[in-house]
Design a protein around this ligand. Structure first.
Ligand SMILES: Nc1ncnc2c1ncn2[C@@H]1O[C@H](COP(=O)(O)OP(=O)(O)OP(=O)(O)O)[C@@H](O)[C@H]1O
Ligand SMILES: Cc1cn([C@H]2C[C@H](O)[C@@H](COP(=O)(O)O)O2)c(=O)[nH]c1=O
Length: 205
């Protein structure tokens, strides 16, 4: 693989999508390919249907995995092989953190099980930027944005946050944890600096 894969992760309302939009508008990152999970494919549509209903948690996980497999074969692998740098708003760590929480009554260590399900076929990110924030602050931020994700609940997001922090502690070489509970310009400055360092100018060379 010649390009770099960078993913933005964090609980709902942590500010990933806001930073992603700012990155997309910045000329310094115009060589990067921007993508997200759930994707905009029909697999992503199926995931979004599951997110709007009380779908069985295992079935929901399988839909997320199908969307991820399609994302890799259609965009991630060919772009990396072509030398493009990719920035993805959510990726595999979202599954470990969120489905690691939805499945906690079924498995002893659901995070580890979900992580195992990716082995052998996924492409691991070169760098994962974790937007870390107290769920109380994140949920308040999301308060007035209309329809809510079924996951935007305090107790649930506390578990998701602790799963993310466990992932970061277990792979310190891959994760950078950013304090997302700061003014937007400060978070932006730090994330831009980290990504610029990882991809150089954002172009292929
Ligand atoms: N640093 C910040 N300080 C205050 N408000 C912020 C900050 N960053 C983002 N916001 C606001 O918080 C809300 C949630 O931000 P955003 O949609 O970027 O989060 P997200 O992590 O992408 O959430 P989700 O994963 O649920 O889509 C938005 O209204 C956004 O304008
Ligand atoms: C990729 C992925 C996402 N989720 C959850 C996280 C959010 O609550 C929703 C949708 O994401 P968005 O960024 O707010 O649009 O889905 C998940 O549970 N598992 C995943 O793998």
């Amino acid at each position: 693989m010649k390009g770099k894969l960078i993913t933005l992760e964090g609980i709902d309302g942590s500010g990933k999508s806001t930073i992603c939009r700012l990155l997309q508008d910045d000329l310094g990152f115009e060589g990067c390919i921007f993508t997200r999970e759930p994707t905009t494919s029909w697999f992503g549509d199926a995931v979004n249907r599951a997110l709007r209903s009380d779908t069985d948690h295992i079935a929901e996980l399988m839909l997320f995995l199908a969307d991820h497999a399609d994302h890799i074969s259609r965009l991630i692998r060919p772009s990396l092989e072509n030398g493009d740098n990719i920035i993805s708003d959510r990726y595999s760590a979202s599954r470990c953190a969120y489905q690691g929480a939805t499945l906690q009554d079924i498995f002893e260590d659901p995070l580890d099980w979900v992580r195992f399900l990716h082995k052998g076929w996924t492409i691991d990110p070169d760098l994962i930027i974790l937007f870390d924030i107290d769920p109380e602050v994140a949920v308040k931020r999301c308060g007035d944005r209309g329809e809510r994700s079924k996951f935007e609940k305090m107790e649930f997001l506390k578990k998701v946050r602790s799963n993310y922090l466990r992932l970061a502690a277990e792979e310190p070489g891959r994760f950078v944890v950013v304090n997302a509970d700061r003014p937007l310009n400060e978070v932006q400055e730090e994330v831009f600096r980290i990504i610029a360092h990882a991809v150089g100018t954002g172009n292929k060379e």
